[in-house]
Design a protein around this ligand. Structure first.
Ligand SMILES: O=C(O)CCC(=O)C(=O)O
Ligand SMILES: [Fe+2]
Length: 228
C-alpha cells in the first residue's frame, strides 16, 4: 500500500504564526494526498459509487436549500471499504487537526456521519447551504473541476448566525484540486458547494467529521436525509 498522506504537509500545516483557521473557520490543505494516495482513493471511491444513491430534494431543516448530488453514508462505507475507515482513524490526521484547531480532536461515534462520500456529477449539481452537526469537517478532494468558473467551489461564511450570511459580503469562495483538502469549523460556518455550471464535470469528496470531548453535537435530521 502506498503512503496516502503527504508527510511534509502533515508536519507543517498549522505551524505558521497567526494560522487563519481560528479567525476564518477555514484552512486549505493543498496536496494533503500523495499522487499515489489520490489514485488509490479515487479508485476506491469509483468502486463504492455503485452503492451510492442519487439525491434530489430540498432540505427542510436547512431553509429548504437544495441537494442535487449522489451520496454514500459512512455505515455503508464501513461495510465495503477498509481503506477509508482506516484513513479516517489515522492518528496523524487527528494530530494535524489538533495542531490547527488547538482542540482535543476525537472521532465521531456515529457511523453514518463519520466518513461520507459526496459526488456532484450532473449540470446544476450542488450541495446547498447548511451547517454540520459535528464541529470539524476535513473535506478531501478526489475529483474536482479544474476551472473555478465551472463551479464546485466551497462557499462559506465564518461565524454565520444564519445561512443567509452566505449572501453577504462576509462570505468567501475557495477552489480546490484533486488531492487537496480543507478543514472547516463546520458547525458554526454556514457553507455550501456552488452548482456545476456545465455537463461533464465531476467533483468527488470524502468528508471526515471530527469532534471534541466537550462538544455537544447538534442533532438535525440532515445526515439521515442525505445519507440514510
Ligand atoms: O464538498 C464540500 O466542499 C463540503 C461538504 C460538506 O459540507 C458536507 O459533506 O457536509
Ligand atoms: Fe457540511
Amino acid at each position: 500500500m502506498p503512503a496516502l498522506l503527504n508527510t511534509d504537509l502533515l508536519s507543517t500545516a498549522g505551524t505558521e504564526p497567526g494560522c487563519r483557521f481560528l479567525a476564518e473557520g477555514y484552512l486549505p490543505l493543498p496536496d494533503l494526498l500523495t499522487p499515489d494516495g489520490l489514485d488509490v482513493l479515487r479508485g476506491e471511491a469509483r468502486a463504492l459509487e455503485a452503492a451510492a444513491q442519487r439525491r434530489d430534494f430540498e432540505m427542510g431543516c436547512m431553509d429548504d436549500s437544495p441537494r442535487h448530488m449522489t451520496t454514500l453514508g459512512g455505515h455503508v462505507i464501513a461495510e465495503k471499504s477498509d481503506l477509508i475507515p482506516g484513513l479516517y482513524q489515522d492518528p496523524r490526521l487527528r494530530q494535524l487537526l489538533r495542531r490547527i484547531s488547538g482542540q482535543d480532536i476525537t472521532t465521531v461515534p456515529d457511523l453514518l456521519e463519520r466518513h461520507v462520500l459526496n459526488i456532484l456529477h450532473r449540470v446544476g449539481d450542488t450541495h446547498g447551504a447548511h451547517t454540520d452537526d459535528h464541529p470539524y469537517a476535513l473535506v478531501i478532494f478526489l475529483e474536482a473541476p479544474e476551472d473555478p468558473a465551472d463551479g464546485g467551489l466551497a462557499h462559506f461564511a465564518p461565524g454565520a448566525d444564519s445561512l443567509h450570511d452566505l449572501d453577504t459580503g462576509q462570505a468567501r469562495t475557495a477552489h480546490h484540486r484533486a488531492g487537496d483538502a480543507y478543514l472547516l469549523r463546520s458547525d458554526t460556518t454556514a457553507h455550501r458547494v456552488t452548482p456545476h455550471a456545465r455537463p461533464g464535470l465531476r467533483r468527488t469528496v470524502l468528508n471526515f467529521a471530527y469532534t471534541t470531548p466537550a462538544a455537544h453535537p447538534l442533532s438535525t435530521p440532515s445526515a439521515a436525509e442525505l445519507y440514510g
